[in-house]
Ligand binder design. Structure first.
Ligand code: V47
Length: 361
């Protein structure tokens, strides 16, 4: 058995060789600056000096959810104080705030609502598409897709096909949390398993939809759990090639059932960005979600492996209900200024990473 060293990993990366599970675990204990430097090399090889951003809006149609995930501060039980669901008209009004802007994407997710009918979801997509046909609809996590299938007696494929017919363009990456069974049993016992999450993304990719992948860190996971999570994603990406980006998500403890856990520091954010850039050789993009890391860490992350800043967002509930102190949204000018300050070249992209200049050329 060969011992893992930083020099050995550097050489492998130089040769374009894949890193192993043991390499990944080693990187979680190695000096951050060295891991970051190597990740930055890979990031520049893949994406040059560019840092992508998207003009988008989040739309959380409801926070009513039948699940109880210990990390979630957003969900409410039906009838509980603070529970809400938008009427279709309210949702359309929110979407229509994007008229006259440069926005290209709307990111739609909600809880697992026990009472909304199937037509609510299809009418939601259809209504937004009819009002703004140019908007890309990135909607419903694998957890919602599975819930729709079980609630409405359809197969996952049927659900996806009907949603595509209504206007669905891609799936967001939420709900992946941490694939480890041990961790899931503790923090989100009733949620679909990691295998189920992957099989829904596999089905979506099979229908030609692209999607993103996330990983929630900073709670009870170990470095080995994180490496295992990423290697499972790498394997699925080998199979389908359908993921556009990987996004590590920082757990915010406030108002959750895990509020005794201390919010982790920016150093851990940078570590996950860098390690994921090195392990996920078949992912073109690593996204730093500034809403969760804050804009300052996000700027540094652009030199630790990340090449994408997500977007303007405009309204954010999931992390802000859990104590996030970042703004709810950023203007396009502010986002570009942050990227330029970090000495990267801002490029506005659409959801599947075409530069908007290329799209309009
Ligand atoms: O699945 C829940 C996480 C996710 C908390 O696909 C929490 O491009 C932190 O998936 N603290 C939803 N995180 C957000 C998400 C996302 C965000 C931005 C871009 C994309 C993309 C996806 O947020 C959930 C869960 O993993 N989450 N509660 C919390 N207290």
């Amino acid at each position: 058995m060969t011992t893992v060293t930083m020099q050995g990993i550097r050489e492998k990366v130089g040769r374009g060789e894949r890193l192993t599970f043991e390499d990944g675990v080693f990187l979680y204990g190695a000096p951050l600056i060295e891991v970051g430097e190597l990740a930055n090399e890979v990031r520049e090889r893949k994406n040059g000096n560019v840092a992508y951003w998207v003009s988008n809006r989040h739309l959380n149609y409801s926070n009513v959810c039948v699940l109880t995930c210990l990390f979630c501060a957003f969900a409410r039980k039906p009838g509980e104080e603070g529970a809400y669901e938008y009427s279709l008209e309210e949702a359309f009004r929110k979407a229509e705030e994007l008229k006259g802007t440069n926005a290209t994407e709307i990111h739609i997710v909600g809880g697992l609502h026990p009472d909304l009918p199937w037509e609510y979801y299809t009418d939601l997509l259809r209504g937004i598409k009819a009002r703004m046909p140019h908007l890309h609809l990135k909607a419903f996590t694998a957890v919602e897709i599975d819930f729709f299938a079980r609630t409405f007696g359809k197969t996952v494929e049927q659900v996806l096909r009907e949603l595509v017919e209504a206007g669905l363009d891609s799936l967001p990456g939420g709900g992946a949390e941490m694939f480890s069974e041990r961790v899931r049993k503790k923090v989100c016992k009733f949620k679909i398993t990691g295998d189920e999450w992957k099989s829904i993304h596999r089905a979506a990719h099979g229908l030609g939809l692209r999607s993103t992948a996330t990983m929630l860190y900073g709670h009870i996971e170990t470095p080995a759990d994180c490496v295992d999570h990423m290697l499972q994603l790498r394997e699925l990406q080998d199979e389908t090639g359908g993921f556009t980006a990987f996004i590590p998500l920082l757990f915010h403890p406030e108002n959750s059932l895990l509020s005794h856990i201390r919010k982790s520091s920016g150093l851990l954010d940078l570590r996950h960005i860098a390690v994921s850039r090195l392990l996920l050789d078949n992912f073109a993009h690593i996204k730093v979600y500034w809403i969760m890391t804050g804009t300052r860490v996000a700027q540094v992350a652009l030199s630790f492996g990340a090449d994408d800043m997500d977007g303007t967002v405009r309204e954010e509930k999931i992390t802000h209900m859990a104590g996030a102190t970042s703004p709810q949204g950023l203007t396009e000018d502010d986002l570009m200024a942050l990227i330029r300050e970090a000495r990267r070249e801002p490029v506005q992209r659409d959801t599947v990473y075409r530069s908007l200049e290329a799209v309009h050329a």
